[in-house]
Write a protein that binds this ligand. Structure first.
Ligand code: ADP
Ligand code: MG
Length: 895
């Protein structure tokens, strides 16, 4: 005879789950380590349970309250096995389901929840992605690890099942855990076996499925798909039959977007990890959860080819042009149920009568939408009708009628789930029920009429059932056929043989009615589940219309235009804007032009002038066009790209503690390998994370390679002015710079000399206009000035800069070996200690030192100390945040 705890530990051993919840009577219990874990995570109380002389921690939740706890645990990344009592005497316990992050049917919220299985064979990778909450099942094969990880990342999976080879691949596993932030689960090697997996896929999707899908039997894609199906089956969520079709895709249908690029461009979340402020959040005006999921999927999977894109643009154009129709469409959609998810719930048996009612309501909306589109002059000619036509109207109408005829108006209410007339048995039971209820309702009246009793009531409670209640003053008048059942303070309760019989009849009718309702409802739900693929089609159509209407809404509210798609490598954007930044500031529009003899733009300009914004907006305009959206520009001709690659220099990313120079270089190397002549490359201050001379060398070499070999359209923002010289030497390289108002720069200088520090904000005007030609000044000092760096510091900085420009030697102050002379060669960008220069410019050096002393004399010792620290600050090896803090501290000390 084993105890409860021993049984728990044995079941736990048998499962692979992190936590086991075991049914013990009316509770699910957790013991030992599991009890401690759930107590910590979920704030449950722990008690002690002794068994066989040892004592174990124990925690429990009532049977009916498991779901929320299960959800919380799984959303925190744990897998949870559930063991239930089985058998007549409830003596056996077995594991009936395992809830895992990728198979959590109870998930709420609009987001997709993917489980992705990945199989590696040599260089080939197969990926199968399944969302059990919506029935989506996607399958692809790719040719290298980088693409595999990029595809994996696009799904934003909750859980990943690595195949046998990848399980031991630490790099892969780290990337899944850290970059994709997914739970790694190990599933039996057998499920990945080619034969078994292929069999499973055929069993699920039909014998011909693989041919239709275009992947080889027994290949890595099918192995991944088979393993995913096996895993879903094993977890016991019961949704296999809502996985009605497999949707294969080729990675090269979509614009290649690696995880770094997705992050840099803040497509679905910002660099800090918030949804707010991302492109998706800015564009999302959808009114349904399905629509929101679709919009996001489009943004992370822009298309490479025109056909489907122009269809989307046509729809957006029609909806954008007619605000009344657009409002009508969006109003019809608003409140539609999440059909993709309801289909899965019908299949798993968890949908309630209210859910089926919402299916009817939503199918009605689909009809209304169809009619609206067909009868609207502005929408009838658009492909919106085709989107809706992908749902079989007759099937949908038939299903809708079946369910609608069956259900009562308020299927949760008094009158029961089903409408009168739906089922004869049910109607008979209802009539019988009504009759009995009426008998009880009129009982008091009858007794009064037939006896001397003037005050009597009939009531019902749990312990006594129905009874007659009579006050003590009248108990002598109670008819003979009534017997006393209870005495209370002021009254007595009575029952008669007839009452006993009627009550038995009523209870029997109630029971039979409930059983019949359950039976009929299970049938009805199964009927709806049998139409899972119809519901999924309908859900997809509504989702698409919602996403297209959202694009149109945004375009019309923000004066976006329809892009013209081209098959060449040109790009011509007039007055383009950044889709997210334009929401927050008065935005200065800019052109971006690529074409013959112009495929590499070196972007220069001062800090904070708008270089990064300009390059990102250009990439985003291309991606938006290829997602099917209008774009923030006056006009845009877009040569379709096969990939967008971005990299921000490590120095600019350091503030977020995200990146190192090593990572920067790895990613640069990836871009140089992967980009093609059809790609768009954005490099932002790449090479800046190291000392200046090798930084320049790397930037220079990368430029030559991108220009000569890769030939991708490239935007390269750099603070290395040396790169602007390349425009003269390489035929496809052009310089652009962000303009700054020179006059305000000059006046800022003169103000400085006249002494009083006046409104610093007005000192420099950033025009944020991008113009032809290299930027000709360095404005770093002005930015320091704007940031509030004390005037003596700023003026000394100007002094140093002038000497550099004049090719004069500069004294290095405060170095550990005293002063030395340094010459900065502006031509080569080199900073060097120059022996030759020392002798020759010694006099000047002394002058400089003299000036320094004069300045120092005029300052107090604190200011001198600050100057020393400023001189010794190693800009190239400090993070921007660090530097800001230091500047702030200096300022305080000088005040
Ligand atoms: P850089 O890369 O040159 O240092 P950023 O692109 O980071 O500059 O832009 C600096 C700031 O200027 C950002 O806060 C941005 O919002 C704003 N900005 C950039 N471009 C524009 C523009 N065209 N119009 C208005 N504000 C802009
Ligand atoms: Mg920048």
């Amino acid at each position: 005879m084993t105890g409860i705890v021993e049984e728990f530990l044995a079941l736990k051993e048998e499962s692979d789950a992190d936590v086991l919840a075991m049914q013990v009577g009316d509770f699910y219990e957790f013991f030992a380590d599991d009890a401690r874990l759930v107590a910590d995570e979920l704030d449950l109380k722990v008690s002690e349970k002794s068994s066989h002389g040892s004592s174990y921690p124990m925690a429990g939740v009532p049977l009916s309250e498991l779901t929320p706890y299960l959800k919380s645990l799984v959303e925190r990344g744990y897998t949870v096995a559930v063991a239930e009592q089985r058998g007549d005497d409830d003596t056996t316990r077995e594991i009936t389901r395992t809830a895992t992050p990728g198979t959590l049917l109870e998930a709420t919220g609009a987001d997709a929840r993917y489980l992705v299985a990945v199989v590696r064979e040599g260089d080939a990778y197969g990926l199968a992605a399944v969302d059990v909450t919506t029935g989506a099942f996607r399958l692809t094969e790719v040719g290298d690890e980088r693409t595999a990880l990029a595809e994996l990342g696009r799904f934003g999976p909750e859980e990943v099942l690595p195949g046998p080879v990848l399980r031991g691949d630490d790099d892969f596993c780290d990337a899944v855990r850290d970059d994709a932030d997914a739970t790694l689960s190990v599933h039996g090697t057998e499920a990945f076996a080619p034969g078994k997996a292929t069999h499973r896929v055929r069993e699920q999707f039909g014998e011909g499925a693989l041919d239709a899908v275009g992947v080889e039997p027994e290949g890595p894609g099918v192995r991944a798909a088979g393993a995913a199906l096996d895993y879903v089956a094993e977890t016991g969520v019961g949704v296999l039959s809502s996985l009605t079709r497999v949707q294969p895709y080729r990675a090269d249908d979509h614009v290649s977007l690696d995880p770094t690029t997705r992050r840099n461009l803040e497509l679905t979340e910002t660099m800090r990890g918030d949804r707010e402020g991302s492109l998706a959040a800015t564009l999302d005006h959808t009114v349904t959860a399905m629509g929101a999921r679709r919009l996001e999927a489009w943004l992370v999977r822009p298309l490479q080819r025109r056909g489907e894109l122009e269809r989307r643009h046509d729809c957006v154009a029609a909806l954008a042009d007619d605000a009344l129709e657009r409002d009508a469409v969006r109003e019809t959609l608003d409140g539609a149920a999440d059909l993709e998810r309801l289909a899965a719930r019908c299949t798993s048996g968890s949908a309630d009568p209210g859910a089926l009612k919402r299916v009817v309501d939503t199918l009605e909306r689909l009809d209304a939408l169809r009619e609206r589109v067909a009868s609207s002059p502005s929408l009838a000619d658009s492909p919106l009708g085709d989107v809706l036509a992908r749902v079989d109207a007759d099937d949908a109408a038939a299903l809708r009628e079946t369910v609608d005829d069956a259900l009562a108006d308020d299927p949760g209410g008094e009158t029961g789930i089903f409408a009168r007339g739906y089922d004869e048995t049910l109607d008979e039971l209802a009539a019988e029920h009504d009759e009995l209820v009426a008998w009880f309702d009129t009982l008091a009246e009858r007794v009064k009429a037939e006896s001397e009793l003037s005050r009597v009531t009939v009531d019902r409670n749990k312990t006594d059932g129905y009874y007659l209640q009579v006050g003590h003053s009248q108990t002598d008048r109670v008819p003979d056929d009534y017997r006393e059942v209870k005495t209370l303070k002021n009254s007595k309760r009575y029952r008669s043989a007839e009452l006993d019989e009627k009550e038995r009849a009523l209870f029997r009718v109630e029971e039979e009615r409930a059983a019949r309702e359950r039976e009929l409802f299970d049938e009805l739900r199964a009927e709806v589940a049998a139409h899972a693929s119809l519901l999924q089609d309908a859900g997809r159509a509504l989702a698409e219309v919602d996403a297209l209407a959202s694009f149109a809404e945004h375009a019309s509210a923000n004066r976006w235009t329809r892009p013209e798609l081209r098959d060449d490598r040109s790009l011509d954007v007039s007055a383009g804007r950044h889709p997210v930044v334009e929401q927050a500031v008065e935005f200065v529009p800019n052109d971006a032009r690529f074409g013959e003899g112009r495929r590499f733009l070196v972007v220069t300009g001062p800090n904070m002038s708008g270089k990064s914004t300009y390059m990102r907006q250009t990439a985003l305009i291309v991606l938006l066009a290829q997602a099917g959206s209008f774009v923030p520009a006056e006009s845009a001709e877009i040569g379709l790209v096969d990939g967008v690659y971005t990299r921000v220099g490590a120095l600019d990313e350091l503030a977020q503690g995200r990146s190192t120079f090593m990572v920067e270089m790895q990613e640069l190397s990836n871009i140089l390998h992967s980009a093609t002549a059809d790609s768009l490359v954005v490099l932002d201050e790449v090479g800046r994370g190291t000392a200046s001379d090798d930084g320049i060398s790397i930037a220079w070499a990368a430029t030559e390679y991108l220009h000569n070999e890769v030939r991708a359209k490239t935007l390269f923002a750099t603070h290395y002015h040396e790169l602007t010289a390349l425009a003269d030497r390489l035929d496809g390289v052009r310089n652009v710079h962000v303009e700054v108002d020179d006059e305000s720069y000059a006046s800022a200088g003169s103000e400085e000399e006249s002494g009083p520090a006046t409104g610093r904000d007005g000192d420099v005007t950033f025009l944020r206009t991008v113009a032809e030609g290299p930027a000709n000044r360095s404005y770093g000092i002005h930015v320091a000035d704007l940031a509030g760096v004390p005037d003596p510091v700023v003026s000394r900085s100007r002094d140093v800069l002038e000497r550099l420009r004049a090719d004069e030697a500069i004294d290095v102050r405060g170095g550990s070996e005293g002063s030395e002379q340094v010459v900065f060669d502006l031509g080569s960008g080199e900073l060097r200690t120059d022996e030759g220069a020392t002798g020759e410019s010694g006099g000047e050096g002394e002058d400089a030192a003299g000036d320094g002393e004069d300045d120092a004399a005029a300052l107090d010792s604190e200011a001198a100390a600050v100057l020393d620290e400023l001189r010794n600050t190693d800009v190239n090896n400090s993070s921007p945040l660090d530097l800001l803090q230091r500047v702030n501290e200096w300022q305080k000390r000088l005040d």
